[in-house]
Each structure stands twice: as C-alpha cells, then as structure tokens.
Design a protein around this ligand. Sequence first.
Ligand code: NDP
Length: 410
Amino acid sequence: MVVAAAQNSAEKSGRPETPRSENPRHVTVLGSTGSVGRNTVELIARDPDSYVVEALTAGRNVAHLAEQARSLRPKLAVIADSAGYGALRDALQGTGIEVAAGAEAVVEAALRPADWIMAAIVGAAGLEPTLAAARRGAVVAFANKECLVCAGPLMMDLVRDCGATLLPVDSEHNAIFQVFDFERRSSIRRLMLTASGGPFRQADRETMAAASPAQACAHPTWRMGAKISVDSATMMNKGLEIIEAHFLFAMPEDRIDVLVHPQSVIHSMVEYVDGSVLAQLGTPDMRTPIAFALGWPERIEAPAARLDLISAGTLTFEPPDPVRFPALRLARHALQSGGGAPTILNAANEVAVQGFLEGRIGFLDIEVVVEETLAKLPHSRLDNLDTVRHIDMEARREAGTIMARRSDKT
Ligand code: NDP
C-alpha cells in the first residue's frame, strides 16, 4: 500500500506507519537467486540475528538456491522448475530445511507467515505469489513491476482491502516514496522519473538494429538481470515504470514525466505546486533501496558506496528521444487505453525480450512485436484475475505468432 498504508496512517498520525514486528523480523525472499534477490540475501546475511527466514524461492538455479539456503537456514526452499526438485532435495539433505517445487509451491512459500516479503521474481510469473503475500496483509517489498503493470487496479484494490503494505524497491519509485508527501498529495504537481538512457542512449537506429543480447545487457550504470537490462536498452523499463508509478502513487499519466539523467545519481523527483522539487540521491546500487525497504520505517546500514558529489562531477539531464525509443509512447498509450492494454503490453514485451535474448528476433523487433500485439487484441476490461490470466495468455500467443513471422524474415 504504499499508498494505501501510507494514506491510512496519514489519517491518524500523518506519517506512514509500519506493521513491523518485534525483532527478529520474519522474512521471505521470492526470486532469491536473481539480481535483486541476491542483494536482499546479502543484506539479511549481514545481520542474521535480526531475521528469521521463512522461505527462499528460485526459478531454476538449484545450486545457488541451495547455497543461500545452507547459509540463511530458511524453513522452506522452493524451486519453481519442478525438474530441479531432486537436486535441491539432495543438496539440502540433512539440513532440516523443507524442500518443495513447482509454481504452486512458490505461492505456498508466499503464504508462509513472514511479515516481510521481497517480491523479486521477474515477469508476470511473480503475480500469484505477490498477490498471495498481499492477501495475508504482509509488508511486500515490491521489485517485480511487471505484476503491477499486468494487474494494477486489481492488485491495488487487494492491497488496500487486505491491509497489506507495498514498499517500492525499484530505485525510482523508492526515491519518490521517500520524498512524496502522502498527507498533502494535492500539493504535488508531478513526478519526475529519471532514466539512465541505457546502453543505446546515443546510438542510432542502425546500430540498435544490429545489437546483440550482450550489448543490450551491458547497462552503463546498473548491474541487473537480463530482462530488465533489455527493457532499459529499449526504454520499455521506463514505460513500465510510468505505469508502476501511476498505480503506486495514484498519479495520472500526464503528471508523470521522464528525464534522462545518465549519471544515475538522482533516482527520481517530486515537484510540488510551490515550485519545490524534492529528490533522493545516491550511488546506483540496489542495496540502498532494498535496505530502505528491509529496515522501514527505520534506516539500516547498507554496504553501498557513499555518494561523493565532487567526484560525481557534473549531473546532466536531457529529454528522452521518442523516435529512437518508441517503447515510452507504447507504454503511455497502453496506460491511457486502460483495461487490459497494460497486460497486453507487458505480456508481449516479455515474449519479445525472451525471443531477442534467444537470438530469434532483432533488438528493434521487440517494439514491433509489442506494438502489433497491442493493435491486434481488444483492450478488454480487467474484471478479475481470471480476465488478467486470459488476456495475458492471449497476448503471449499473439506475440509469439508475430515474432515467428518476423524471425522467418531474418
Ligand atoms: P533476475 O532475472 O536477476 O532474477 C529473477 C528471479 O526470478 C530469479 O530468482 C529467478 O530464478 C526467478 N524466476 C524466474 N522465473 C521464475 C518463475 N517462472 N517462477 C519463479 N521464479 C522465477 O531479475 P532481477 O532481479 O533483475 O529483477 C527482478 C524483478 O525486479 C524484475 O521485475 C525487475 O524488473 C525488478 N527490478 C530489478 C532491478 C535490478 O536491479 N535487478 C531494479 C528494479 C526493479 P532463477 O534465477 O533461479 O531461474
């Protein structure tokens, strides 16, 4: 609830409050083997007396999950890919750690009684477990933006109705959360999301057309998983973040701006009606927003390098280029269209990014697959989760067909 929790508490004391339990805090990490997950595990491991780990979950990386489990001693370790069950069971034999596998077991992990859950699965695969955690009224440290993009209104309703708390972990939304005046939202004029511009900030379309997955994943300032790295290269990541900010902060699309800031020092800003602009700054290191969420409402130490503004030097800003990066327009269009359009955008983008990473389509085909899928399918209403699942499935099927046509051409 960022917003819901923050709003409720604002009614009482005017400041966001937390349902934080007594020490040690009971935590679960969904997606523990990924980039955000590993950073989260690292922070927990720095202060083991402060946490009881209920569950760790991974997609396929049995070896790393087993290593994390031996170190953090969760009660449950889950591998989503059922083929990894035997290997995980063998690796954790004799530890007393319960082992499970499959998508349902990941949801089961989210249902365990952790009062703080890191949602760091990549893609819409994280939707059901994140919703399961929200239904329990947990504090959800929220990294998995795709699930808010594909089911935003339903998720925010559920978070509000179940008294859950969404703490944004995405560095931009975390920055906004830190400077957003929940008591006086009418005094806020607009949100300014900063973007590094990605590896192709200055590239021409010809260079982008020939880009390899390795080049697209070579982010200039952040070290992240492959999917979000490609999203940063197309700038679809910023499009997804506009949608994420719209839902998290209940802000209309036309009051969410994007500003390219290649140094990634200012993580985002909020402009107020009196002209004041409040920003959160730091070195580009996800351990800072993760630590913010892990300790909230207190601050805990994070091993991120301290910001030295003198050596950071000049901070620069430029508008995003809508011609070289059409993904921003597509995302805004999907948000304006409403209903299932963001669900379609997200599903088509996931399929296309995967196709690009597997070498089946070129980099610039990603935007074509997304645009054509959005144009082809009706933007139906999002009545319930079954509708989300149906729209998501249809969009994946359609995007797959469009992608197959394009890969035939190459
Ligand atoms: P990674 O690809 O590095 O990690 C993804 C995690 O999800 C891994 O633990 C992976 O397991 C797991 N996973 C993948 N597929 C499934 C599945 N079907 N079921 C269950 N688990 C699965 O991603 P990131 O950590 O980079 O990103 C995670 C989320 O956080 C994304 O939504 C991203 O947009 C967001 N985010 C990431 C940032 C970053 O700095 N990385 C910054 C801001 C937001 P395994 O590896 O074992 O297969």
